[in-house]
Design a protein around this ligand. Sequence first.
Ligand SMILES: Cc1cc2nc3c(=O)[nH]c(=O)nc-3n(C[C@H](O)[C@H](O)[C@H](O)COP(=O)(O)OP(=O)(O)OC[C@H]3O[C@@H](n4cnc5c(N)ncnc54)[C@H](O)[C@@H]3O)c2cc1C
Ligand code: HEM
Length: 486
Amino acid sequence: MSLKVPEVKLIAKTEYGRNKVELKPGKGLMDWVRLASTKRLASATLPFVDHEELVKHDKTTDCWILLYNNVYDVTSYLEYHPGGVDELMRGAGTDASELFNEYHMWVNYNSMLKSCLVGPFTGNRTKLPKVKEAPMNGLKQGIKHTPEDTLKDMGISVLVEDAQISFTFSKYHLSPENICICAQENNSLRVLTRPYDMPSTSFTFDNLNFLGKHEFEVNFSNNNLQITFDSPKVLIGCDKIPSKIARDPAPSFYKYRIEKIDKINHDCFLYRLVSPDGIYCPIPLGHHVIARLTKKGNVLTRPYTPISAKCLANIGKSRLEFLIKIYQDGIFTPELVKLQEGDLLELSEPNNRVNIEKLSDEPNVVMLAAGSGITPMVRILQRRHAQKRQSTLFFFNHKRIDLIDEALFNLSFDDTLLVVKNVFSDEQDISGDELRGRVRKELLEENLSTFKDTQFFVCGPEGFNIAAVKSLEECGVDRKHIHIFC
Ligand SMILES: Cc1cc2nc3c(=O)[nH]c(=O)nc-3n(C[C@H](O)[C@H](O)[C@H](O)COP(=O)(O)OP(=O)(O)OC[C@H]3O[C@@H](n4cnc5c(N)ncnc54)[C@H](O)[C@@H]3O)c2cc1C
Ligand code: HEM
């Protein structure tokens, strides 16, 4: 089948002078939404795509592009692209993320191209060809975005005045925990916004004068963010708008100091970490960070969810507590356990998009946690307890010695607001309220009066998560009411 490339006719310039092309009748945005919602449009669905595979698909009849972490088959979308076929073909068979960012970082590609997803990219980006030069087609080439354009398109106004940088967001909703700020050693300031269910965006201001200090205060109300430094001198000579705006940027890592390590049981430790100066980095409910270590030149990373995350708006007072199970035969934790109080551990900015607060505020919540899978549940249980909402926790462990003292979580498992069922897979003597075995349909049916109108949370090793979801589905729970932390 051959796709006829439509003749490109300029129909309009956007507000900033960029070109839009005339699309054929029936090829508008709504037509695309209709088409993409009715069928799969990708010619293949793969567990992963590497660079060798991606480069093969660089024709108008077979066009795959890499956007951030995923490869999309955009062959069907070509004719619907408001910037024209040729513009989109510049990214054919290669990484189009930067180009996409330059023109329209606000376009919601995840949802628009859902039916075109081929699979995650696992190849080597450096082995991909460069994107093609801009087409002329008798048109002026699409003009790249300046930071001013991007701010305007994103509905953000920025004001740098006296000792303050302020942002007003008009198109998307943020809360204080959706923002990270870092005053960096190279005299730049990074502001990261992480609205729920949307891509994150980083804004970098250069040429600040930190005068050896990094002190600022953060205030947030009515979608207005104010970052106030302790002296106006910090902002003398600073750029009035961000020099760089990036969508879905790689998370930054910061060196936290290990303030305290406590042994909790035979294989679990509690790590209390303090953030470095110059960082405002709250961790939203149920979100995790990536811990990073280096072993003989190899970088090791693993995700961890804090069980307590206190972040004050005045910087330098952010404390995170992690409950970490050590696997003697593991890769990361045997290195982690070598660190001592006073040592530094690198932690990323938070990593998740889901609004767990919204899910956790459902009237009925049931949690299925295995081993250290209890960690994302702790802050949710505390929040529900404070709101006087009832929760049920199934806590799966091998033996009684694996249990973790509830005092650590600032919760009482005897409380009427919290029903806890301890389930042991490997314990001989089971007493009172305790249960034996692994997660399964019968165990859930025998111990829950209803599965209706309930939000379920699942967290544990991969095998546990799969078994838990299967059991819940067998009990009639719709997948959309199950959130897995993974
Ligand atoms: C979102 C998220 C949040 C997390 N939060 C926490 C937390 O707060 N606290 C916490 O303790 N952990 C948490 N984890 C788990 C954590 O990220 C690590 O996986 C864990 O610390 C083990 O790392 P490791 O490298 O030491 O062990 P790994 O090398 O990952 O091995 C762990 C165990 O699995 C076994 N294993 C490894 N590969 C296989 C295989 N292919 N087949 C069978 N067995 C295998 C190993 O022998 C070992 O016993 C979280 C995980 C996720 C995804
Ligand atoms: C190779 C990568 C791409 C290039 C070079 C590119 C280029 C362009 C250009 C020049 C425009 C015209 C006007 C403007 O700047 O607003 C445009 C518009 C647009 N593009 Fe792309 N594009 C690319 C990829 C994509 C992809 C993958 C999608 C699908 C999700 C997409 C969706 C859109 C939309 C929706 C518009 C209209 C935007 C608006 O009106 O604000 N583009 N593109």
